[in-house]
Structure formats: structure tokens, C-alpha cells
Design a protein around this ligand. Structure first.
Ligand code: FAD
Length: 483
């Protein structure tokens, strides 16, 4: 059996390894210069930057991938638990540090706002019930899959009425303190969505972070890609970079292979697509125009190679904007870069990532998904100025003056690099329960032999979810084609 995987993101790599282990011949074609897709790396002047994910959650899912391949994660990667998880800085200078343990975090909450300790605990309990339900259903199959457990069985585990309401309103119901509300309202941005528009089921995210920890990887997150790519090549996966798939070919309802940009054809019984779901129709020769108003967030990323470390800076720092609701109005309704953005700073403590005494700093603000031409030099310069102004108001030194090297990545770059329209990081946003739950499935309903995995497909984006996505898609392939 031969499969072609179009896209060498994390899900593409994981699927390649799983299929190879099941005895398939696998060719993986990625359009980029290096594998990994959005989980990628930039090296410059002795600094090494992760340009995508900086936070690993649910490490057991990554560990399971290695175990399913007969490997031990510890023989390939060194995961480091973060404690505290993050420091939050508010516009008036107030700071909240979130420890790893939920009980310790509840103590912090109690000291800040005694009446909210119970509410925060209840938010996490709701998140846990949603997680338990997802483990039985959503994390295993697409909700419309015939493999899903019968609705009655799933409904018994339903997390009661609050789980299906609006996210921000649910937070408001349980938590009164505005600082805590803002902090909890940030979690839906982990999947590129607005807390004011997504369902409360995304409360599973804060639950997951405390239940399974926040992790970094020694040597940078890109070590995950290096490790998976190395294993794939060692096990006989043909891994091609700089290879863009321009067509997924099919005859009489059956996939026959792919055509590459250079003109080469690769024949295969099955194709697994790991690109953005909105580009799939064009690859199949359909001329429908994908809707672009429901795209998830993109980002503006600034990388600074600092000559000296900033003392006291945590691994993760979040510097909040003054008006969170206005920020999301700008991002999703006006579709402009917010005048006052919330800024995330990742300062890895790993000394191997910078020259002696220096620091590789990753700074990111949410940006609307909009295409390359909207990101003129002027728009980028303005956005960058707003990010740096927010950081300076929070007491951060002038990063540009301290940097030996620096660079910017904007949604237009993401669009071109990852073939993701608008530079959107997670495909469609999770606004409304339909969009959150009925993401494009992992097996085509129309074409035999076409499968899909990655952040814009079921079950969604982020490192653990795309690994699950690959597991689900390969499970379907094995079922359809025999082991
Ligand atoms: C700045 C940033 C920060 C992030 N932070 C986090 C974080 O902290 N934690 C977290 O869990 N997640 C984070 N994410 C999200 C996470 O990176 C993604 O959800 C995940 O890596 C996506 O994996 P994927 O399998 O969907 O593939 P992708 O990364 O989307 O890769 C798909 C690959 O396929 C290629 N491709 C597409 N179409 C074709 C084609 N036709 N032919 C050939 N190749 C094609 C693309 O170029 C790309 O290389 C972040 C992402 C970004 C960009």
C-alpha cells in the first residue's frame, strides 16, 4: 500500500510514522524548506528561535505517539515542566503569577478575591467534565462518525447546562474579579478564537493546563520536529521538502495520487492532506471559493536576540491590554490589528538557545487573519510600535536597543509559508458550537482514499490536537485498507 502525505506539519509527520509502522510505503511532500510547518525554527547570529509553538500541553499525547512506534519519548526529547506557568501583567502594573498546581493557584485567587476561589474551582470542574466527555468521544472520532458512541451514552456524561453557553458569559457567571475574568478569557486564543464568541466548552483548556502541566522542550520546541523527522527518514519514509502538491488526482471517486508543482506525479492508493482545509477544494479541482470570514486568529511575531538576559523574566509573560473586549472587536469585527494589543512574551531559560549571557526572545500578539497585501510596510511598522509600547508601559526595557538581531513575522508571512489563507493559525475559528465541534472530518465523505489531519480538521489545532488528528486519520486508513 502506498500513501502520499501532502504537508509535513506535525500531523503529517506523525501520520507518516504511524502509517510506516503499519507497513505502508509513504512519501511525505512539504512545501517548506524544512519540515514542521508552523512548528518551526529560525537561527540567526548564534540565536535559535522557535517561530511557532512555545508551550506544550498534554505531553501524554506526544508520549503515546512514541510508545505506539515502539520508542520511549525520553530517549529522544527532554521535556521540562514549567512552574509557574505564567506571569500576567495588567495595565496598572499589577501582576499575577499562576503556579502549576491548581490548589496553589486557588490560594492566589483566594488572596486576590476570596469569593472567587469557589467560582474558579467550579470553572475547572466544568473543564474536567468536558475533558472526560471529550476523551470518550471528540478526541477519538469526528462527532458525525458512525464510530461515535450512541448519543445516549455520551449525553450521560454531558457537563450540564453551563458547558454549552457562551465562554465569556460563563466565566462572568462564576468569577467576579475583572483581572481573573481577563485571565480566563485568554484561553480561547490558544485555538485562535474569541472568548466572547466561542462556547464554554473551551473551558477544557484551562483544565488541561493545570491537570497535565505546561511544558517546554530542552533545545527548543523544534526538537520535536527534528526527532520525528529523523525517525521518519530512518524508518524509510520518503520525506521531500520544497515539494508543493498542486493537485490531488482522482478517478471515478477514488484517489489515484498527487501532482507536484514541478510536474512530477506520485501515484498512491491513499492521500492524507495536512494543509489548510480551505485549500483542499482547489487541490481537488473544485472551483468553490472558500469563505474567509470565519478564520481563526493569526499573529504578529517579533523575534529579538538580546545581548543580555532580562532579569526576572518568566518563561511565559502575558501583558494585558486595557480593554480586552475592544481588542477582540478589532480582531474579529473590524479585522484590524488592535490599537492596544495583549502581548505574550516567551523567554526560554535554556542557555543553549543564545550566545553566552544572551536571550532569544519570542514576542507575539494576536492579529486578524487577513491576506498578504493588507500587511504593508506601514501596517507592520505600526503594529510593531503598538506591541513595543504595550511592553514598555509594563516596565519592559527597550528590546530593539538591546537586540543583536531581530525580525518580524506577520500574517502575510504565515499565509505564504504555510499556505494558510489569511495566515490563520487554526483554520476556522471555534465560534459557536457547530464550528467548534463539527470541524472538517478526517476522512472524505466523497472520495475514497482521501484523508485529512491537522489543525484545521477534527479535532482542532494546537500540538496535542493535531497529533490526535493524525492518530484518528491513520486509524480510519487502517480500518479502510486493512492492517
Ligand atoms: C506563532 C505560532 C504560535 C503557536 N503557539 C502554539 C503553542 O504555544 N502551543 C500549541 O500547542 N500550538 C501552538 N501553535 C499552533 C501549532 O503550531 C499548530 O496547531 C500545529 O503545529 C499545526 O500542525 P499541522 O499538523 O496542522 O500542520 P501545519 O503546521 O499547518 O503544517 C502544514 C504543512 O503543510 C504544508 N502544506 C500545505 N499545503 C501544502 C501543499 N499543497 N503541498 C505541500 N505542502 C503543503 C504547509 O506549508 C506546512 O508546512 C502556534 C502556531 C503558531 C504559528
Amino acid at each position: 500500500m502506498r500513501a502520499v502525505i501532502a504537508g509535513g506539519g506535525l500531523a503529517g509527520l506523525a501520520a507518516a510514522l504511524r502509517l510506516r509502522a503499519a507497513g505502508w510505503d509513504v512519501t511525505l511532500c512539504d512545501n517548506g524548506a524544512a519540515p514542521g510547518g508552523k512548528m518551526n525554527r529560525q537561527r540567526e547570529g548564534g540565536y535559535q528561535f522557535d517561530t511557532g509553538p512555545t508551550l506544550l500541553t498534554m505531553p501524554h499525547i506526544l508520549r503515546k505517539l512514541y510508545a505506539d512506534l515502539g520508542e520511549r519519548l525520553e530517549d529522544h526529547l527532554e521535556l521540562r515542566a514549567l512552574d509557574p506557568h505564567a506571569e500576567y501583567v495588567y495595565p496598572d502594573g499589577f501582576r499575577l503569577t499562576v503556579p502549576a498546581l491548581l490548589e496553589e493557584w486557588l490560594e492566589v485567587v483566594r488572596a486576590l478575591e476570596p469569593r472567587d476561589a469557589e467560582g474558579v474551582r467550579r470553572l475547572h470542574e466544568l473543564g474536567e467534565r468536558i475533558y472526560r466527555l471529550s476523551e470518550l468521544t471528540f478526541f477519538r472520532h469526528h462527532p458525525l462518525s458512525p464510530l461515535s458512541p450512541p448519543p445516549a451514552a455520551a449525553i450521560r456524561h454531558l457537563p450540564l447546562r453551563h458547558g454549552w453557553g457562551n465562554y465569556a458569559k460563563t466565566v462572568e457567571r462564576f468569577v467576579k474579579n475583572p483581572r481573573l475574568r481577563q485571565l480566563y478569557n485568554r484561553y480561547p486564543t490558544y485555538v485562535g478564537s474569541s472568548p466572547y464568541l466561542c462556547p464554554a466548552t473551551l473551558l477544557v483548556i484551562p483544565y488541561i493546563e493545570h491537570a497535565f502541566g505546561a511544558w517546554s522542550v530542552a533545545g527548543g520546541m523544534y526538537r520535536i520536529v527534528e526527532s520525528l523527522d529523523g525517525l521518519a527518514r530512518a524508518r524509510g519514509v520518503e520525506a521531500l521538502t520544497g515539494s508543493r502538491v498542486t493537485a490531488i488526482e482522482h478517478e471515478r471517486g477514488q484517489v489515484t495520487g498527487v501532482r507536484l508543482q514541478e510536474g512530477r506525479r506520485i501515484r498512491a492508493q491513499a492521500v492524507l492532506f495536512n494543509g489548510d482545509a480551505s485549500t483542499l477544494g482547489a487541490l481537488l479541482g473544485e472551483d468553490e471559493i472558500p469563505p474567509n470570514n470565519g478564520r481563526s486568529l493569526s499573529g504578529l511575531v517579533l523575534l529579538f536576540g538580546l545581548r543580555e538576559r532580562i532579569p526576572g523574566l518568566r518563561h511565559h509573560t502575558v501583558v494585558f491590554s486595557a480593554d480586552y473586549r475592544a481588542e477582540f472587536e478589532a480582531l474579529f469585527r473590524e479585522r484590524i490589528f488592535p490599537p492596544d494589543p495583549t502581548v505574550y512574551v516567551n523567554a526560554p531559560g535554556d542557555p543553549t538557545l543564545a550566545p553566552a549571557g544572551g536571550q532569544a526572545l519570542f514576542v507575539m500578539a494576536n492579529a486578524p487573519a487577513c491576506s498578504t497585501e493588507q500587511w504593508s510596510e506601514q501596517v507592520i511598522a505600526d503594529a510593531k510600535r503598538r506591541v513595543l509600547a504595550r511592553l514598555q508601559r509594563a516596565g519592559m526595557p527597550d528590546l530593539e536597543a538591546r537586540a543583536a538581531v531581530s525580525s518580524v513575522r506577520h500574517p502575510g508571512d504565515f499565509e505564504l509559508r504555510y499556505l494558510a489563507p489569511g495566515g490563520s493559525i487554526y483554520g476556522e475559528s471555534s465560534h459557536g458550537w457547530r464550528r467548534a465541534f463539527l470541524r472538517p472530518p478526517n476522512r472524505s465523505r466523497r472520495l475514497r482514499g482521501l484523508y485529512c489531519a491537522g489543525g484545521s480538521f477534527h479535532p482542532g489545532g494546537g500540538v496535542p490536537m493535531v497529533l490526535l488528528s493524525a492518530e484518528i486519520a491513520v486509524g480510519l486508513m487502517q480500518k479502510d485498507w486493512g492492517d
